[in-house]
Write a protein that binds this ligand. Structure first.
Ligand code: ATP
Length: 657
């Protein structure tokens, strides 16, 4: 199919042919909605954005330049942006990098951070939308796809649907997922895994469509997409935009920010908005855009992409002050021409009309039949568990990393001796030190490797209103518990019996039960910090330092607790290492008898004859505190879980996008 569009050039009218598949979109107005979700007549909706401005206060210079760092200036990120769009329309927001496209989407979706000051209103069906209603009204597809690599497309959507629409029966959810997959042409990859960096899966375009499908499950009437075509080849990018036009045509409002759309997409968009330096330089139909710029004397040369030409014309070139002044004045000239144009006035008129309508339909919220907190936790647990269980390498590493460390220790120590002069005490203390000191690191490594991807997903899904971030944190903890316990048990079973520690099965169980805690604490502490610190490397270092400090102060190995300054003695009570080391010392040394073959005949060489002497000297009364130490050691787990819930609640406030 083909169509034609007229460009004015040098006073002559030139016909430029746009032959495209997108034509199919505009021609197929009578195609039936395949999903049957939407009844267009009842779901028509209008979105008005009125005088939206956003300013942030920034420091003038970097922190190392103190005089300028102390000064602040106010930066206008969005300046008085207004437009109107109706259901059935696909609006493309264009503009050079940093022009404010994403900030505008965030402002509309109520996702803007609290770092700046936001003014203006968003109206849906003429009703002013409150910020807290935005989440239930808009679907927002981020620039990056946050999906779990080992799930199939169908599973991904099924889990999302279960999080959003629990009150539907499983069969109804399955039907809905199939319908959405059909709508987004994902049926042929339904059983393919999403894939990741290290193993292949579906294509980039298909991943984008899965992200969009995840949003469609809740039947949103307004979908916002931030650069959905970034990173895709030009053909796939076109297909995505054509698909979005299809979605819009089925009674939705679709607003998309986009870099460099191909000229063939010219007619696919119902509205084009061009932004520059936070201002809306133009907003109207594609045809109006060409007429508007031609009217100002900026005609699109033949064979050129009108999108590129108009975005270039309205961008400010900051490479040198002369260019900046010239391009800035041109941009302002175009903006004022637009604001005094009929297009702008008619758009303002439409917004006002919509606000004054007496028969305003209510705000079209997304389907919200979300399950209760426990059910959500269950879905999140099953999802993370299924994803991890398919990661063979991940599971193997998780289960074996403690064991590998055990190999090192066992190889180094070989067999413990009972002879006091052959390291009977020193070697045992060394093993306890290594087991207590190293197991938090393996936990930490797991969390740093696995959790940031889940955290990114929970950041997005919590903003979509599917659940809260701390619920993902809890689901993660529950799903690691069996792996952590088995992994430590494999490690202790090997180390304990290979090196020949106290051969009492009950003591072995106590040893394993104690070592499990620092391993889980290492992972929990990492998760707690990942709640508030974005950079996993910083968290890595933080947990490592805390662990080193804890073992120095708490273990009593480097310096006995009695010898430490009082402040450290007090601090030691806050370390899990204090309770863990004390427990392990008692477990190993209580009632243990040593031999002594004194070849040197030095006085005192055979003073220590029993393990109880070691306990009495280094950890007086530790035996009487055995149960208490166990309780206090295990108390660190719920305390850290609680702390994690708090940090993930704080995270809600500190994550901007
Ligand atoms: N909270 C904020 N504090 C400081 N600067 C901000 C804030 N939010 C946005 N900005 C700045 O505002 C400008 C516009 O950002 P935005 O991400 O909206 O641009 P964009 O047009 O989407 O760019 P791109 O196409 O490169 O993604 C950028 O210079 C960005 O650094």
């Amino acid at each position: 199919m083909s169509s034609s569009y007229s460009f004015q050039r040098n006073g002559r009218e030139k016909k430029v042919q746009f032959q495209e598949s997108f034509e199919a979109v505009s021609d197929k107005t009578n195609v039936k909605d395949s999903t049957g979700f939407l009844d267009r007549s009842q779901n028509s909706c209008s979105l008005g954005v009125s005088n939206v401005s956003y300013t942030v206060s920034e420091r003038v210079g970097p922190w190392w330049d103190l005089p300028s760092y102390r000064k602040k200036w106010t930066r206008q990120i969005l300046n008085d942006v207004s437009f109107h769009v109706e259901s059935g329309q696909l609006m493309g927001i264009l503009g050079n990098s940093g022009s404010g496209k994403t900030t505008l989407l965030d402002a509309i979706a109520g996702r803007i951070g609290n770092t700046g000051s936001l003014q203006g209103d968003v109206f849906i069906n003429g009703r002013k939308l409150k910020t807290e209603q935005s989440q239930d009204c808009f679907s927002y597809v981020l620039q990056s796809d946050n999906l779990l690599s080992y799930l199939t497309v169908e599973e991904t959507l099924m889990f999302t649907a279960q999080l959003a629409l629990k009150r539907h029966s499983t069969e109804a959810i399955r039907k809905k997922v199939s319908a959405v997959m059909a709508e987004l042409s994902l049926g042929h990859v339904a059983h393919c895994v999403i894939g990741g960096r290290i193993f292949p899966g579906i294509s980039g375009g298909e991943r984008r469509r899965v992200s969009i499908a995840g949003q469609l499950l809740q039947d949103p009437k307004v979908i916002l997409l931030d650069e959905p075509t970034t990173g895709l080849d030009s053909m796939t990018a076109n297909q995505i935009v054509v698909l979005l036009a299809e979605l819009a045509r089925r009674g939705r409002i679709v607003i998309v920010t986009i870099h460099q759309p191909r000229s063939e997409l010219f007619r696919v968009f119902s509205r084009i908005a061009i932004m520059s330096l936070g201002e809306l330089v133009f907003c109207g139909e594609p045809g109006q855009m060409v007429d508007f710029f031609s009217g100002l004397g900026y005609e699109c040369p033949e064979y050129c992409n009108p999108f590129d030409i108009y975005v270039d014309l309205t961008s400010v070139d900051t490479r040198c002050s002369e260019r900046e002044a010239a391009t800035s004045s041109r941009m302002h000239e175009i903006t004022s021409a637009y604001q005094s144009s009929e297009i702008y006035q008619s758009m303002l008129g439409k917004t006002q009309q919509a606000c004054q309508r007496q028969d305003k339909p209510s705000i079209p919220f997304k389907s919200k039949e979300s399950p209760n907190g426990m059910s959500k936790l269950g879905v999140l647990f099953r999802r993370t568990m299924r994803n991890l269980s398919r990661d063979r390498m991940g599971v193997l590493m998780r289960l074996s990393q403690n064991l590998i460390y055990g190999f090192f220790v066992a190889f180094f120590v070989m067999r413990l001796d009972d002879d006091i002069n052959k390291g009977a005490v020193q070697d045992r203390i060394g093993i306890i030190y290594q087991a207590m000191g190293a197991s938090p690191y393996t936990g930490m490594l797991n969390a740093v490797a696995l959790f940031p991807a889940l955290r990114a997903i929970s950041d997005q899904e919590s903003k979509d209103g599917l659940y809260q971030k701390w619920q993902m944190f809890l689901a993660y903890i529950f799903h690691i518990l069996p792996f952590s316990i088995i992994s430590v048990f494999i490690f202790t079973s090997f180390l304990y019996w290979t090196v020949g520690m106290n051969p009492d099965p009950n003591r072995f169980l106590c040893f394993s039960a104690v070592i499990t805690v620092p391993h889980i604490i290492g992972e929990l502490l990492t998760l707690v910090l990942l709640g508030v610190v974005q950079d996993p490397n910083m968290v890595n270092s933080g947990v490592a330092l805390l662990n080193i400090a804890g073992i120095l102060v708490g273990s009593g190995f480097l310096r006995s607790t009695e010898q430490m300054p009082v402040v450290f003695q007090w601090l030691s009570y806050l370390t899990f290492q204090k309770y863990g080391c004390e427990l392990l010392i008692v477990t190993e040394f209580h009632n243990l008898n040593f031999t002594c073959t004194d070849t040197s005949m030095l006085p005192g060489a055979c003073v220590i004859k029993e393990g109880n002497q070691v306990i009495d000297q280094g950890y007086p009364d530790a035996l009487s505190r055995y149960t208490q130490d166990f309780l206090l050691l295990y108390a660190f787990l719920p305390a850290l879980v609680l702390l994690g819930v708090i940090t993930f609640k704080i995270r809600d406030r500190i994550i901007r996008r």
